[in-house]
Write a protein that binds this ligand. Structure first.
Ligand SMILES: [Zn+2]
Length: 352
């Protein structure tokens, strides 16, 4: 028997509680909205971030949509198929409120332990439920718990969906307070995606402050591009308006691709930590195609890599990741194997 990661267990219990309780408990609550926030259309958008809400629709989806509308926010809803089937009108309300709809599996299982055909039928069934309820064909997929592998990614891809994890975890599923959720969201940078959830009161209560922080940094909520997995303008255009340099400034160096073999910059962030493993997100700047060398500390071991092609040296501790057309950010999951403190180090970033 393998051990169950503690946080995963807590989270799955929480989800089950949400699935069964929220519909009845929250439906009875009245919601008062103070429509004092500035709509995002009035803001100067120098970049976009992807706000995502998982595990809905729930009995409190309409409360969430009210808060989002009051703040002029469009977001991406990663819906659970079974919940769509049970809350068809809530799924329709998401689309009517201008939200984008993604696939978050049929019933939030741990999908990496499924066979390829089980994955296929789980995701297909979810897409059918979403399409039947809303007319929308999802082109984004988020694996439950952020747990993925190459088989799951290729199944999603074969169904026309790009896998999207997240750059920032709001920790709302983990009991984070409103101020903690706001603080986590304040780490969002242009192009990045944050994980939040439908059905959590603190999350709804945090949205006004999250928007105030984003607005102060000239960041606006956008859609997640199905081709890059990054946040772009709501109409799908990229780069966003407002990035034209003011007169007298020189164009940013990124407009001239460096020659192959030149250097680039790779910045690593720990995006999520569980009892037995953690996720790292690495964003490359200064090169469209790149090779990043990452050193790990034994006995830690990488268990999966996304948005890049990885190979290892003979020690198994040095990983080389090459761009594979999935954009400038790749990620990987590392198993602690007894060492929960070490974090990967970027050795080099090379263009081409
Ligand atoms: Zn989820």
């Amino acid at each position: 028997m393998s051990t169950v990661p503690v946080q995963t267990l807590v989270r799955s219990k929480r989800l089950r509680a949400l699935l069964s309780v929220v519909a009845t408990a929250v439906a009875a609550c009245g919601v008062v909205i103070a429509a004092t926030a500035t709509p995002s259309s009035a803001a100067t958008c120098n970049g976009y971030v992807g706000l995502t809400f998982d595990d809905g629709p729930t009995g409190s989806t309409s409360a969430l949509l009210n808060v989002l509308r009051a703040n002029g926010v469009r977001a991406t809803m990663f819906n659970v198929g079974q919940n769509v089937q049970n809350n068809r009108s809530a799924a329709q309300a998401q689309v009517a409120a201008g939200m984008w709809i993604g696939n978050h599996s049929w019933n939030h299982a741990h999908m990496t332990s499924m066979s390829q055909s089980q994955m296929q039928s789980d995701l297909s069934q979810t897409n059918s439920a979403i399409q039947s309820a809303t007319g929308v064909q999802p082109n984004l997929f988020r694996p439950p718990y952020g747990e993925t592998n190459s088989t799951l990614q290729s199944v999603a891809s074969s169904l026309g969906m790009r896998q999207v994890i997240w750059d920032v975890d709001s920790q709302d599923w983990n009991g984070a307070s409103v101020s903690q959720i706001v603080a986590n969201a304040s780490r969002l940078q242009a192009g990045q995606v944050i994980l939040m959830h439908d059905g959590i009161q603190n999350t709804r209560d945090a949205i006004g402050q999250i928007m105030a922080n984003l607005t102060s940094r000239n960041l606006c909520p956008g859609m997640i591009s199905p081709s890059t997995g990054r946040a772009v303008a709501p109409d799908g255009t990229t780069p966003p308006p407002g990035t034209t340099p003011p007169p007298g400034t020189t164009p940013p160096p990124s407009t001239t691709p460096p020659p192959a073999g030149g250097t680039c910059t790779a910045a690593a962030t720990t995006t999520n930590v569980w009892g037995d493993r953690y996720n790292t997100s690495v964003t490359v700047s200064g090169a469209g195609t790149w090779t990043v060398v990452v050193a790990l500390t034994a006995p830690q071991k990488v268990s999966s890599v996304w948005n890049g092609s990885a190979s290892w040296d003979s020690s198994g501790n040095v990983m080389t990741v090459r761009s594979n057309g999935s954009g400038a950010t790749f990620g990987f999951t590392t198993m602690f194997n007894g060492n929960s403190s070490a974090r990967p180090q970027i050795r080099s970033c090379t263009a081409g």
